[in-house]
Design a protein. Structure first.
Length: 89
């Protein structure tokens, strides 16, 4: 039996984000992320972007990997750390 996204979630919340102030844009008017932990345990994030979507370079879904210099262009990235550890991913 496969699980649906709703079957696995524990709790979640929408968080409003801001574009970096040094890179103002007219293309993106608003951005938010829905964050939740699942029973597996997993951390799931769903990003919502409002703006001139056809002007954004959005790659097709694929395998998640660690990128470099993502801040140089349109991106949705998260810095994840384990409590008590200095490093993050």
């Amino acid at each position: 039996m496969s699980e649906s996204l709703d079957d696995r979630h524990v709790e979640g919340q929408w968080v409003d984000l801001r574009c970096h102030p040094s890179r103002p844009t007219e293309t993106v008017r608003a951005i938010a992320v829905f964050v939740r932990r699942t029973a597996r345990p997993e951390l799931q994030m769903i990003f919502r972007i409002e703006g001139d979507i056809p002007r954004l370079r959005i790659p097709p879904p694929g395998v998640v990997s660690i990128g470099k210099d993502l801040w140089r262009h349109t991106c949705c990235e998260a810095f994840i750390a384990i409590e008590g550890e200095a490093a993050y991913h």
